[in-house]
Design a protein around this ligand. Structure first.
Ligand code: ZN
Length: 128
C-alpha cells in the first residue's frame, strides 16, 4: 500500500469539499482489496443532512461494484492541525461493509498519522 498516494488522493478530494457553512473541509481516500482507490469529500447542504467524505467514497465504490475494502485515509478540518476521525454515522455505515480490522488512517499536521481499526473506533457496532 502506498500511503503517500492515499494522502495525495485525499488532499485532491478535499479541494472539492463543498462546506460553505462550516468551512470544515475534509477529503478521504478509500483503498479496495483489489487496489482501486476511491476519493471523497464532504458535501454540506443547508436544507437536508450533509454527507461526509467517507460515505461519499464508499458510495462511489459500492455503486461501481466494489465490496471488499482494505483501508481508508481521512484528512481535513479547519486547520488540519489535529486529526479528523470519522463521525459516528460513518463508523456505523462502514461497519456494514468492512471487517473489524479495517484500517482507518487519520492524517494531520506535518505528516502525522493516527491509525485505528474500525473495531477500535466502533467496538459495539449495531448489526442485525
Ligand atoms: Zn461522517
Amino acid at each position: 500500500m502506498d500511503i503517500n498516494l492515499l494522502i495525495d488522493t485525499a488532499k485532491k478530494a478535499r479541494e472539492h469539499s463543498y462546506s460553505p457553512y462550516s468551512n470544515y473541509r475534509v477529503g478521504c481516500a478509500l483503498l479496495t482489496k483489489s487496489g482501486k482507490i476511491f476519493s471523497g469529500c464532504n458535501i454540506e447542504n443547508d436544507g437536508i443532512m450533509s454527507i461526509c467524505a467517507e460515505r461519499v467514497a464508499f458510495s462511489k465504490a459500492i455503486s461501481e461494484g466494489e465490496k471488499d475494502f482494505k483501508c481508508l485515509l481521512v484528512l481535513g478540518g479547519k486547520e488540519a492541525l489535529e486529526y479528523t476521525s470519522p463521525c459516528g454515522y460513518c463508523r456505523q455505515f462502514m461497519s456494514e461493509f468492512c471487517d473489524k480490522d479495517f484500517e482507518i488512517y487519520m492524517y494531520y499536521g506535518d505528516n502525522k498519522i493516527e491509525k485505528r481499526t474500525l473495531n477500535e473506533l466502533l467496538p459495539y457496532s449495531f448489526n442485525l
